[in-house]
Design a protein. Structure first.
Ligand SMILES: Cc1cc2nc3c(=O)[nH]c(=O)nc-3n(C[C@H](O)[C@H](O)[C@H](O)COP(=O)(O)O)c2cc1C
Length: 358
């Protein structure tokens, strides 16, 4: 395991990272993103840690078979300290850049077990977890957190705990657990973290475009950005960030380029064991985000959601993406919501594509 943060693609620029996303940031998705311009760092989906847990095999693939050329941090979610240590030690035998601790998942089923975002109510427990992991992990230890549970009352204390445990990198999603995914992002709190934390801080939450990344880094003093949903919509975003950080215009993306992305994603994520209809349904979950940049009235989204087969899905893509010389919007169109229904229902066991909107 590396002992210092791996070198970045464009030295001297702000860092970029693909946010961990359950059901999304698997090996296939990381490879697809890397073809359009990799981030500096990848993070796995979370490994669930409890007494009977073993690192999930499909998540291990995103580490063991990572051929993107970029380092991947392994994220843990849990609260049982001996088992977190055991899992971190097991993962250290794989080619990871470091161990990342999830202090943010807002799904009720998760926080009710006092893991993920639930831990933000208990700084003492966070301290115990981080100090045990710091002692056990023979390399980098990173944290991804929200700014609090109900409010940011514990935020400064947790930042001090991050410092006391010599955490190497901190990603801050600038919302509370209660704020889920759609409130405004509290960039002032990310700025507070950038000022208080001794390690580099990545700003996370609604980094919608390369232009916004430049503004958010400037306004928060963060060392870089972590991008989640907007990299599903626009996998070119990391390369575009590097262009904008260098003061260059960002490359344009045409709707025809998006058609090619959809095809690539379809093939990369296809599993022969999964029936076509189920795979089409999974694709629709990614396309919910992609559709935010296709047309201002959400017509692509409307039609795409009705596709029931591979042929219907691609016929819809052809109709909307291969007409004329259309350009893919760099920002999501206002009012085009990735999913109009509720966010994370009680029964959801994590952050899933089913439930998270943008
Ligand atoms: C589908 C989905 C799954 C997610 N899974 C995780 C996860 O496994 N671990 C984690 O720390 N955050 C997870 N998140 C939160 C994201 O990493 C990120 O903090 C959040 O989406 C805000 O960033 P964004 O506005 O760039 O999407 C997930 C988000 C989404 C949309």
């Amino acid at each position: 395991m590396p002992q210092s943060l791996p070198s970045q693609i464009a030295p001297g620029q702000p860092l970029t990272a693909l946010a961990p996303m359950q059901d999304v940031t698997d090996l296939a998705f990381m490879r697809v993103v890397a073809t359009y311009g990799a981030p500096d760092y990848f993070f796995t989906e979370f490994f669930r840690v409890h007494a009977q847990s073993r690192p999930e095999r499909h998540i291990l693939r995103s580490i063991d078979e990572n051929d993107t050329g970029r380092p991947v941090f392994a994220q843990l979610i849990g609260e049982d300290i001996p088992h977190m240590v055991r899992t971190a030690e097991a993962l250290a035998a794989h080619p990871i850049a470091g161990i990342d601790v999830n202090l943010g998942c807002p799904a009720p089923k998760v926080y009710k077990k006092n893991v993920g975002g639930g831990l933000l109510r208990d700084p003492g427990k966070i301290s115990a977890i981080l100090s045990a992991l710091r002692a056990a992990v023979p390399g980098l230890l990173t944290v991804k957190m929200r700014i609090g549970f109900e409010d940011a009352g514990n935020f400064a204390r947790i930042l001090d705990i991050v410092n006391e445990n010599r955490v190497d990198l901190l990603a801050v999603h600038g919302r509370t657990v209660r704020e889920m995914y759609r409130s405004d992002v509290h960039y002032d709190r990310i700025a507070e973290a950038a000022g208080r934390a001794r390690c580099p801080v990545l700003a996370n939450g609604n980094v919608t475009s390369a232009a916004r990344a430049v503004e958010i880094v400037r306004d928060t003093g963060a060392r870089g950005v972590m991008v989640g949903r907007h990299a599903i919509r626009n996998p070119w975003i990391f390369g575009q960030c590097r262009e904008r950080f260098a003061g260059l215009p960002r490359s344009r993306v045409s709707l025809a380029d998006v058609r090619e992305y959809v095809q690539r994603l379809y093939l990369a994520t296809r599993d022969p064991a999964v029936p076509e209809r189920a795979h089409v349904n999974k694709m629709k979950k990614y396309l919910n985000f992609v559709g935010q940049g296709v047309d201002p009235r959400g017509e692509f989204l409307h039609d795409m959601r009705r596709a029931e087969s591979e042929a219907e899905l691609f016929e819809t893509c052809d109709r909307h993406l291969l007409r004329g010389e259309g350009e893919f919007a760099s920002e999501p169109y206002p009012g085009v919501i990735a999913r109009p229904n509720c966010e994370t229902p009680e029964e959801s066991d994590g952050c899933s594509l089913e439930t998270v909107t943008a």
